[in-house]
Design a protein around this ligand. Structure first.
Ligand code: HEC
Length: 242
């Protein structure tokens, strides 16, 4: 008798377990409904991890970094753009527009090129390819101009971008002034006193006008006042390389 009961219990326990397993299977089937991914393949957009680090980073202090940039390295870096861009004067548009003179030029600087709506929208917001704008765009094109048809992941390394922009500038844009060094952008000046913020904005605004005379201590009085190093550097001539 008691033996029968024991087997009943064991059998019952087994059934119960099987039932539980079934239920769990069904439920997880509902919860983890495995559908094919909506977007197949992968979008080669690496700078995700940069998002955290680089947004916190100060933009380059162009007045300091451009005169010392490695132009040869910049030209070499342009190899990554050449699949889609010609950088020569008079060169044709390819998948992307010719980039001769784009530095400091208007966004959508090639009238004949079929730009994306995204780029046209961007032009309405930031009309000039300032150093900052170019730097942001090249860091992560799809992030800076969402919807751009420039399908390029971006260049992660800040120095590579600086070299590239410095070299691009020599391609028909050496007249575009290099701004005076900006103390607010010097390493270590990062979370500067609240008063520093307008300085950066002012500098950026001056740059955006495209006119920004490099020698213009007057353009950013706060800058000059903040650093004794500004005047000599401000006169640093734009390298006249080609
Ligand atoms: C896969 C092709 C491709 C690659 C690679 C590429 N671009 Fe582009 N680029 C484009 C296209 C297409 C556009 C037009 C974007 C739009 O209309 O949204 C463009 C636009 C631009 C613009 C804006 C031009 C203007 O007239 O406003 C700049 C600047 C630029 N690219 C720079 C670069 C640089 C620098 C590199 C290399 C680091 C690069 N691109 C790599 C395809 C490419």
């Amino acid at each position: 008798m008691s033996g029968d009961l024991k087997w009943n219990k064991i059998f019952g326990a087994g059934l119960g377990t099987a039932f539980v397993i079934l239920v769990v299977q069904q439920a997880s089937g509902l919860i983890y409904h495995s559908e094919p991914p909506k977007k197949m393949g992968y979008f080669v957009d690496a700078p995700e991890e940069a998002a955290g680090g680089e947004t916190a980073e100060l933009p380059p202090d162009w007045g300091t970094v451009l005169p010392t940039a490695d132009l040869a390295a910049g030209e070499a870096a342009f190899a990554r753009c050449q699949a889609c861009h010609d950088g020569h004067q008079g060169g044709a548009d390819k998948i992307g527009p010719n980039l001769w003179g784009v530095v400091g030029g208007p966004v959508e600087h090639r009238p004949g090129f079929a730009y994306s709506d995204a780029m046209t929208k961007h032009k309405g917001e930031v009309p000039t390819w300032t150093y900052d704008a170019l730097n942001s765009f090249i860091t992560a094109p799809a992030k800076y101009v969402p919807g751009t048809k420039m399908s390029f992941a971006g260049i992660r390394d800040a120095q590579t971008r600086i070299n590239l922009i410095a070299w691009l500038r020599t391609q028909g844009a050496s007249g575009y002034a290099i701004p005076a060094p900006d103390p607010a952008r010097q390493p270590g000046a990062a979370p500067a006193a609240g008063g520093e913020a307008p300085v950066t904005e002012g500098a950026a605004a001056t740059e955006a006008t495209g006119a920004a005379p490099a020698a213009g201590g007057a353009a950013a009085p706060a800058t000059t006042q903040a650093t004794p190093a500004a005047p000599p550097a401000a006169t640093s001539p734009a390298p006249a390389n080609h």
